[in-house]
Design a protein. Structure first.
Length: 361
């Protein structure tokens, strides 16, 4: 599940609180080159409001119209959009994607327990792994297309038990799969996908240049915690919504937070003593990416003061933080920082796509 996950769930929670039915569109299969991959999701309301993109914007209008029928009838539908020919009424627009996409469109509401999104929202809020399963084809009249289970379900039938067990395995392994189970005449085909937990990012220092970093990171859908020992800097009005703000002395950072829970940290307090204390605390953790704002000379000075802690940081320290894109303004520097973290989390080098294509040609 992605979009970002954060924005999709915010849209979902607001409408669930109002007890509104929604149409959930999930990419359950692709062939060739497509804009989004299996597991991508979009939500659509009866007022035609929506959240999420499954294409570059070309098929969403058609999905919104089809969603109204699904909301009215409660009957899930499997839709196929094929850009490999010019015959498709939606995709035949010369997009050049050269791929096909299969989408499950289903109604979620109080009667269905808003599954699988209610489960996803609960697990993601606790930062716990999980997976969901959606029935995409059924020979069993008791099980409708669009039926949802998840890795914490208590199965009542043999085929359901097999799907739930595969969901539990998928939660541990990540990724997605399509499986068919059950005897002839009662077979079920399910799309199973692991939840994508949003990266958890720690910003150490709440100065003016932290604001655009948090703003861009929030747009990407990351969960952000900002720490500073100066209470005046921790004004929620300065930061994106849902940013966690924590007042703590740099020397007490390890006691204030479970640092190993974070996927990346950026040290940017502009205070040498504070930055040294932050780095010393992070050196003793398993945080895989540690960014340090400031020039190379400042990094060398800090490492010289850290002694054994400097060796513990090893290759996890990225300083100066950010990709080399010629950034000079706080906003451009923030783009460089978030881009480098994104590349690191994705296991990419952060180079130009053109260079990557040329190397693989």
């Amino acid at each position: 599940m992605n979009t970002s996950v954060t924005s999709l769930l915010e849209f979902f929670r607001a409408r669930m609180a109002a007890r509104q039915a929604l149409a959930l569109a999930t990419v359950v299969g692709t062939e060739g080159s497509t804009y989004r991959k299996p597991g991508a999701q979009m939500l659509i309301g009866s007022d035609r409001s929506s959240c999420g993109l499954l294409s570059g914007g070309c098929l969403e209008a058609d999905l919104i119209e089809r969603a109204q029928r699904v909301l009215a009838t409660s009957a899930a539908e499997i839709l196929t959009y094929d850009a490999r020919t010019g015959d498709d009424p939606v995709w035949g627009l010369g997009l050049g994607c050269e791929g096909a996409m299969q989408i499950l469109l289903q109604r979620i509401d109080e009667a269905s327990g808003y599954e699988p999104l209610a489960f996803a929202a609960e697990r993601i809020a606790r930062n716990e792994r999980g997976a969901y399963a959606l029935v995409v084809a059924s020979e069993d009249p008791r099980v409708a297309v669009g039926t949802a289970w998840h890795s914490a379900s208590a199965p009542t039938g043999t085929a359901e038990a097999m799907i739930v067990e595969r969901s539990r395995n998928r939660a541990r392994q990540g990724g997605f799969e399509n499986i068919t189970v059950g005897p002839a005449g009662a077979r079920l085909t399910a799309f199973i996908a692991a939840l994508e937990l949003p990266p958890r990012i720690l910003i150490l220092g709440a100065g003016a240049d932290a604001e655009p970093v948090v703003q861009i990171a929030a747009l990407v859908g990351w969960q952000i915690t900002v720490v500073d020992h100066r209470s005046a800097y921790l004004d929620a009005r300065r930061f994106a919504a849902n940013t966690r703000l924590l007042e703590a002395q740099p020397q007490t950072l390890s006691a204030a937070l479970e640092l190993d829970d974070f996927d990346a940290a950026v040290v940017m307090s502009h205070h040498l003593v504070s930055d040294a204390a932050y780095l010393r605390a992070l050196a003793a953790t398993q945080v895989p990416y540690i960014g340090l704002l400031g020039p190379a000379a400042r990094r060398r000075r800090l490492l010289g003061e850290l002694g054994d802690s400097a060796r513990q940081l090893g290759n996890r320290l990225y300083g100066p933080v950010g990709l080399d894109i010629g950034a000079r303004t706080p906003e451009a520097i923030a783009v460089a920082i978030v881009a480098e973290i994104q590349a690191f989390l994705a296991g990419r080098a952060g180079e130009s796509f053109r260079l990557a294509v040329q190397q693989n040609a």
